[in-house]
Design a protein around this ligand. Structure first.
Ligand code: ASP
Length: 333
């Protein structure tokens, strides 16, 4: 009789896994290279944390911190500007083992909002701190404030000015520049976590809070099902609680990919929302899906780096190999 691998063994072979995204929308071909390089570096770094025995929370925070520090993304340095030309950022983390979560919203002058969100989770009895209260908490925790200018790129200022124009459509324009960042991970024990960070929507009203810091909207993680980090039009994501909807479909037995596709289709049908998601389950199944034209993503599993940009695109290369792709797999993931 042929030997059949046990589900436990199959799961062990697929773990750990880490998937990151660098925003959904569409970008001009000439800008693809830095977006792609950034998510690949972040996926490698987060995966290395898992391989060295770090926790899933350590891994997703590491990956998202790197993306916040990279000025090409709309998070940390590089954030889009609000209607007054200021930077207000949102971030969320969630631990699937305990369902602990932490978030900050409309926070200013912080280089790494994802790390502050983690501190909210670990050091307070609350789930989310906002605006000035979040800044006071940061000071109390010894988190150094930075000059707002250091978070603003020339590109962000240029786009802000363009969108002050009365005929501009900031939502449409947002979809022309990707950049919210996020990560999900599962370790060899089947623990899952998520982290998401953003500067929000271009030229948003001061004080606007989007999906990112809201649990179930900006991410969700539960060891019993999986973890999700989304990106896209926050108001649409919130209306259908996209990450929690995906996990609901997974609870009903759907794969990470099928659940993502079904939830994205539902969001489009109900509220015409465009978004993308990265998803893991505790057995190592994963997905990177979008209903926008593009979402920049990268995943690391079994010492292979996967990545893609156009919807349905999927390249892979050995993690130890050269940085330039040496294998191409155009199959739908
Ligand atoms: N979801 C983010 C927000 O609405 C933006 C994005 O992902 O591009 O704040």
């Amino acid at each position: 009789m042929a030997a059949v691998a046990s589900p436990r063994r199959i799961a062990a072979a697929m773990l750990p896994v880490l998937v990151v995204h660098g925003g959904a929308g569409s970008i001009p071909r000439k800008n693809e290279e830095p977006y792609s390089a950034g998510v690949q570096v972040a996926a490698r770094a987060g995966y290395a944390v898992l391989r060295e025995g770090g926790s899933v929370m350590d891994a997703v925070v590491e990956a998202v911190t790197l993306l916040e520090n990279n000025p090409v993304y709309n998070a940390g340095c590089g954030s889009v500007l609000n209607e007054h030309g200021g930077v207000e950022m949102d971030a969320l983390v969630m631990d699937g083992h305990t369902l602990s979560s932490g978030a900050v919203s409309a926070v200013r002058r912080i280089a790494n909002p994802v790390q502050l969100a983690r501190l909210v989770m670990e050091k307070t009895s609350h789930l989310c701190l906002t605006a000035e209260g979040a800044s006071k908490f940061a000071r109390a925790m010894g988190v150094q404030e930075v000059q707002e200018e250091s978070l603003i790129t020339d590109y962000a200022r240029k786009r802000w000015k363009q969108n002050l124009d009365r005929d501009s459509n900031p939502v449409e324009c947002q979809m022309g520049k990707m950049g919210t960042v996020g990560a999900v991970a599962a370790d060899s024990e089947g623990n899952v976590a998520c982290a998401t960070s953003t500067g929000g929507m271009l030229n948003k009203m001061e004080g606007r809070v989007g999906d990112t810091p809201c649990i179930g909207c900006g991410g969700y993680a539960d060891n019993r099902v999986g973890a999700v980090s989304p990106t896209g039009h926050g108001e649409a994501i919130m209306k259908v609680t996209l990450p929690r909807l995906i996990l609901f479909y997974m609870e009903q037995g759907k794969s990470a990919q099928d659940a993502s596709d079904e939830a994205l289709a539902y969001m489009w049908e109900r509220v015409q929302g465009l978004a993308g998601v990265v998803v893991v389950d505790p057995r190592g199944g994963w997905a990177a899906r979008c209903n926008s034209k593009q979402m920049m993503w990268a995943a690391a599993q079994n010492d292979v780096l996967h990545y893609g940009l156009q919807a349905g695109e999927h390249f892979s290369q050995p993690l130890q190999g050269p940085d330039v792709p040496n294998a191409k797999d155009q199959e739908q993931h």
